[in-house]
Write a protein that binds this ligand. Structure first.
Ligand SMILES: [Zn+2]
Length: 252
C-alpha cells in the first residue's frame, strides 16, 4: 500500500476552554481507487453556512475557509480528488459529512441506522446533522448487519476491498456511529471516529480531564474496551481519532 494520508479539515479551539482538537480525514489507496474516511466540511458549508454550522464553527473557532476542505487539500498530497472513489463515514455530523457534496462521483459507505438518524433528525440529538450537505447524493452503500469480528468486536467487512476494510458499529455519539479499521503494510489502522478517546497514556500531560459522565454522553460507552484493546494490541493496531482532543498549548 502506498502512503496513508491524514489531514486536518478544521482546527477546534473553543474559546476559554483549555482544549484543542482537529477534524481529521484519512485517505488511502485500495484496489477500488482511493478511499476517504470521513469528509470534513464541504465548500458550501464555509461559503454559505447554515445557522448550526455558523454557530458551531464560531463557538469552536474552526476557520470557515474552503482552503481546508478535503477537495482543496488533496492536490497537496498529489491526489487527484477524482481518484477518491469511496467515502466511508464514521457518522454524519456536519463536520464529517459536509465534504460529500464536493465528491459527487464517490460512493458513500455508512451504517444504515446512521443514515436513517440523519434523515429523520429530530430534537437535540439531531442538531448535528444537515441533510442539505448530502441529500442530493446518488451513490450509497448502507450496512445493517455485522458478519464477522475484528479483534473480538462485531464488524462488517466491506466486500471486495483490498486492503481489508471493516466497519465496527459503536453507537453512542450518534445512533449509527461506526469505527473504521483497515490494514496497512505492517499494522492495522483503527479510526475510532468520535467513539474513542485519544490514547496518550505515554503523555499524561496532554490528556483532557473530562468527567466520565461527559465522555459517556459524548462518545458512548466504548472507552473501557477500547482501552483494553489498546493495552493488549497497540503493537498491532494504530489508534486514531477524528478529533484528538487534548489540552491546549495556550488559552486564548
Ligand atoms: Zn460528531
Amino acid at each position: 500500500m502506498s502512503q496513508i494520508i491524514r489531514f486536518d479539515c478544521g482546527t477546534i479551539h473553543p474559546t476559554g476552554l483549555h482544549v484543542q482538537a482537529n477534524t481529521y480525514v484519512i485517505v488511502f489507496e485500495t484496489n477500488h481507487g482511493m478511499v476517504m474516511i470521513d469528509s470534513g466540511y464541504g465548500i458550501q458549508d464555509f461559503m454559505h453556512p447554515n445557522l448550526v454550522t455558523r454557530f458551531f464553527t464560531s463557538f469552536v473557532h474552526t476557520p470557515r475557509d474552503p482552503v481546508y476542505c478535503a477537495i482543496n487539500q488533496l492536490p497537496k498530497f498529489n491526489v487527484d480528488p477524482h481518484d477518491v472513489k469511496h467515502i466511508i463515514l464514521t457518522h454524519m455530523h456536519i463536520d464529517h459529512a459536509g465534504g460529500i457534496a464536493d465528491f459527487p462521483w464517490a460512493k458513500i459507505h455508512v451504517w444504515e441506522q446512521e443514515l436513517l438518524s440523519a434523515l429523520h433528525h429530530r430534537g437535540k440529538l439531531g442538531i448535528g446533522y444537515n441533510t442539505s450537505q448530502w441529500k442530493n447524493h446518488d451513490l450509497w452503500q448502507t450496512y445493517n448487519m455485522t458478519n464477522c469480528e475484528w479483534f473480538g468486536l462485531p464488524a462488517v467487512q466491506l466486500a471486495e476491498f483490498s486492503p481489508e476494510i471493516f466497519l465496527i458499529p459503536t453507537p453512542g455519539h450518534t445512533p449509527g456511529h461506526c469505527m473504521v479499521a483497515f490494514r496497512s503494510e505492517n499494522k492495522w489502522i483503527l479510526q475510532t471516529g468520535s467513539a474513542g478517546y485519544p490514547f496518550y497514556e505515554q503523555d499524561e500531560n496532554r490528556q483532557v480531564n473530562a468527567p466520565d459522565w461527559f465522555k459517556f454522553w459524548l462518545m458512548g460507552n466504548h472507552i473501557p474496551r477500547l482501552k483494553k484493546l489498546w493495552l493488549e494490541q497497540n503493537q498491532e493496531i494504530e489508534f486514531l481519532s477524528s478529533h484528538e482532543f487534548r489540552k491546549a498549548e495556550k488559552i486564548d
